[in-house]
Design a binder for this molecule. Structure first.
Ligand SMILES: Cc1cc2nc3c(=O)[nH]c(=O)nc-3n(C[C@H](O)[C@H](O)[C@H](O)COP(=O)(O)OP(=O)(O)OC[C@H]3O[C@@H](n4cnc5c(N)ncnc54)[C@H](O)[C@@H]3O)c2cc1C
Length: 415
């Protein structure tokens, strides 16, 4: 089994180190202790962005939903996210086509486009402020992924009906001031303050009757008719279904051969001088296998993340923060020489990866009433949105064939 974080012994402080710029001046929604054993229709374990999206959607559908988090909701990996809400998946359409064939790969990409649109519609409809901004992306050549690799990817995307424009070096330099050999420019993504989004969704769920409880789920007993969940207190929660949304800390009974835990690092600069950022504040990410990713913030900062490696131990990850920050600054200055690279925020986080860039969403094998949503890489939040819709359908007893693409026990596509 690939290296994982220990489910019985991982706190939010193990999921990230340092300080990110999110949620400043705001507080998490109010949670209550568990003062008696309760029954609920759906219990969501974990109050990060995955649990928040699931809880809000279920509550909006009129489901009796309870969320438990053992710490402050949102302050796990969600607080460490750079929150680029992309429909482009960590695995290119080309690679996904090699794994699963063009039709299935193209359908997954189109569903990802629809997920970002769905998220935008949700935020718009609910009307709370989470600094959600529609953005285009620039997928820029890097390492071995040069113009011809980007051209092949672009042609496949065109064939799949995905939006985008191939830019050569001259176009990229004249339109965006970026000196790389080629890029794919794509509309339809977004960025956000992930903590404000998560907390806003939880508050909306609470307003619709959802309960937010401060408790640690310690054991799950899946019996016909209901799951009984033990907690760190004397009380239990009985639920018709359980949704596990515990982030990169997966209980031992959720087993996946294709999921690994790694680490990523990020910095946010000081606010840049007016007029010195690239024109549309596009989300920029590199086409190489290990890539850096860059966005801006509403107050004019540049965030750059990446330098990923396979560190799992939280202390070792945090020790690397100064060295990784320095490398991120070097990459930023190469990409955008006009940047003022002085750092205001620097942080690190656990990061999940799967062999095919797709998450793990669905029923836990052998536990038909327990569903899980895990395995998120660079577009984790887009997939959390998709998970919330899939899992609500599964809780209602509706299954569709395409859900199988995310099956928790799927084999590695590499064989
Ligand atoms: C540096 C970095 C950059 C990233 N950039 C992006 C990006 O640009 N775009 C993107 O889409 N994604 C990005 N991601 C990924 C994204 O952050 C994650 O996919 C997302 O935050 C996962 O949210 P979650 O709710 O599943 O997990 P979490 O936010 O970790 O929430 C899980 C919650 O479960 C609680 N919990 C755990 N176990 C229990 C238990 N037994 N009982 C009760 N509560 C429990 C925890 O306290 C925690 O609050 C990035 C991640 C990192 C680290």
């Amino acid at each position: 089994m690939p290296p994982m974080l220990d489910a019985s012994n991982t706190a939010q402080t193990d999921l990230h180190g340092g300080r990110s710029p999110w949620g400043r001046g705001f507080r998490p929604p109010r949670n209550l202790p568990l003062s008696q054993s309760i029954k609920t229709d759906v219990l969501v374990v974990g109050g990060g962005i995955t649990g928040s999206l699931a809880a809000q959607h279920l509550a909006a559908r009129g489901v009796d939903v309870t969320v438990v988090d053992r710490e402050q909701p949102g302050l796990g990996s969600t607080a460490a996210s750079t929150a680029m809400l992309q429909w482009e998946i960590d695995c290119t359409l080309g690679d996904l086509t090699e794994f699963y064939g063009f039709d299935r790969a193209a359908q997954l990409y189109r569903r990802s486009v629809a997920a970002v649109q769905g998220l935008a519609g949700l935020v718009d409809g609910l009307g709370f402020d989470c600094v959600f901004r529609p953005r285009s992306t620039l997928y820029i050549s890097a390492g071995e992924a040069g113009p011809s690799a980007l051209r092949s990817e672009h042609l496949l995307r065109e064939r799949a009906g995905l939006p985008g424009l191939l830019l050569d070096h001259a176009d990229l330099l004249s339109r965006f001031g970026i000196d790389r050999a080629a890029a794919i420019f794509s509309p339809g993504s977004a960025d956000v303050d992930p903590l404000l989004l998560s907390w806003g969704l939880l508050r909306d769920a609470q307003a619709r009757g959802a309960h937010l409880i401060d408790a640690l789920a310690t054991a799950y007993h899946d019996a016909p008719g209901a799951v009984t969940v033990e907690t760190d207190g004397p009380f239990v929660i009985e639920a018709r279904h359980v949704i596990l949304a515990t982030g990169y800390v997966m209980p031992d009974f959720v087993r996946s051969e294709i999921h690994r835990t790694a680490s990523s690092w990020a910095i946010a600069t000081v606010p840049q001088a007016p007029g010195t950022l690239w024109s549309g504040g596009e989300l920029i990410w590199e086409a190489s296998e290990v890539y850096n990713y860059v966005r801006t913030t509403a107050d004019g900062r540049i965030i750059i993340g990446g330098e990923d490696d396979d560190t799992v131990d939280p202390a070792a990850r945090d020790e690397k923060m100064p060295e990784k920050s320095e490398k991120l600054v070097e990459s930023l200055v190469k990409l955008w020489p006009a940047a003022n690279p002085a750092i205001d925020f620097s942080w690190s986080g656990a990061f999940g990866e799967t062999d095919d860039g797709l998450p793990l969403i669905g029923a836990v094998p052998g536990m038909p009433r327990i569903f899980a949503a895990y395995g998120y890489g660079g577009n984790g939040i887009t997939f959390s949105f998709m998970a919330s819709r899939i899992l609500a359908e599964l809780c209602a007893g509706h299954r569709e064939d395409w859900f199988d693409a995310f099956a928790i026990d799927r084999p590695s596509p590499a064989g």
